[in-house]
Unconditional design. Structure first.
Length: 247
C-alpha cells in the first residue's frame, strides 16, 4: 500500500450484498451502492461521523427545466408547469494524517417536479436524496466503491471472487469457510460432468459444453476446464459409436 493510495486501498472493494441493479434514464443499467454502506466504510476509515468526518452544505437550490405542460394550439388554457431539479453542493471533510482537515466538494441532484408514467409528480424526499448523492460523489474520488465505478461489477467472475473473499473474511472459522467454498466448487463440477454424460444428442452436448467451459473460465478454474473437456470428448465418442456400428 503506497502513501498516496492509503485510503483508496482500504475502500475500493465493494461488498456485492451492499449493491443492487438499477435502470436509469434512457434505459441505462448500472449498479447502485447502498448509502449506509458507504457511510459505514467512511466511519471505519475516518472515525465517527461528526468527529472524524462530515460535511457542510454550500449550496441548496431548485433549478427549472423544460416544460412538462405548456399552452398549445389545441389547449391554449393549459397551465405552464416546468420540471424542477433539486441541487445541493456540499463540502465533505475528513481528518487526514496528523489530524489535518481535508475536504472534497461535489454536487448532488434529484428531480423534484418530474413526469413519471405520464403523470406530473413531486418528490418530497428530493433534498434527502440529493444529500445522499452528494456524499457518494465526494467519497468517489477517495476510492470508495472504485471497483463499481471502474466497471468491474460488469464481470460476474469478479463479483463471485469478491463475495467469496468477504464471506471468508467475515467467517468465525476460516478453515471451515474455505472448505465449504471448495466443496461448493467441486459440487458444481460434478453436476456439470453428470449433465454432459447424460446428453442424448451431439447438439445438446455441444451446448452444455460451451456453457460449462464458459462458467469454469469465469470462475478461473483451469483444472475444471480440463475435466470438462475430458468428459465432453468421452460422451462425444459414445454418441458417435452407434453411427459407426450402423455403417
Amino acid at each position: 500500500m503506497s502513501a498516496n493510495t492509503r485510503i483508496w486501498d482500504q475502500v475500493n472493494t465493494t461488498d456485492p450484498d451492499a449493491t443492487k441493479s438499477y435502470t436509469g434514464m434512457g434505459g441505462f443499467k448500472g449498479t447502485a451502492i447502498k448509502p449506509t454502506y458507504l457511510m459505514r466504510k467512511a466511519t471505519e476509515v475516518f472515525g465517527p461521523c461528526g468527529e472524524g468526518w462530515g460535511w457542510t452544505v454550500l449550496e441548496d437550490r431548485f433549478d427549472e427545466g423544460a416544460p412538462l405542460v405548456a399552452p398549445t394550439k389545441e389547449w391554449p388554457e393549459a397551465p405552464r408547469i416546468n420540471a424542477k431539479l433539486h441541487t445541493l453542493k456540499i463540502e465533505l471533510w475528513y481528518l487526514g494524517k496528523d489530524g489535518q482537515k481535508c475536504t472534497v466538494q461535489h454536487y448532488g441532484h434529484t428531480p423534484f417536479v418530474l413526469l413519471q408514467a405520464g403523470k406530473i409528480i413531486t418528490d418530497w424526499e428530493a433534498a434527502k436524496k440529493s444529500l445522499t448523492d452528494a456524499i457518494g460523489k465526494c467519497l468517489q474520488p477517495l476510492g470508495f466503491a472504485a471497483d463499481i465505478h471502474m466497471g468491474m461489477f460488469d464481470d460476474p467472475a469478479y463479483i463471485d471472487t469478491v463475495r467469496s473473499e468477504i464471506e471468508l473474511e467475515k467467517a468465525d472459522d476460516k478453515d471451515a469457510e474455505m472448505a465449504r467454498q471448495k466443496l461448493e466448487r467441486v459440487d458444481w463440477l460434478n453436476r456439470s460432468i453428470e449433465l454432459l454424460a447424460s446428453a442424448v444428442t451431439l447438439h445438446e452436448l455441444n451446448i452444455l459444453n460451451v456453457r460449462f467451459v464458459r462458467e469454469a473460465t469465469r470462475r478461473s478454474e483451469p483444472k475444471f476446464i480440463a475435466r470438462l473437456t475430458r468428459a465432453f470428448e468421452q460422451r462425444k465418442a459414445e454418441l458417435a459409436t452407434p453411427k459407426e456400428d450402423a455403417a
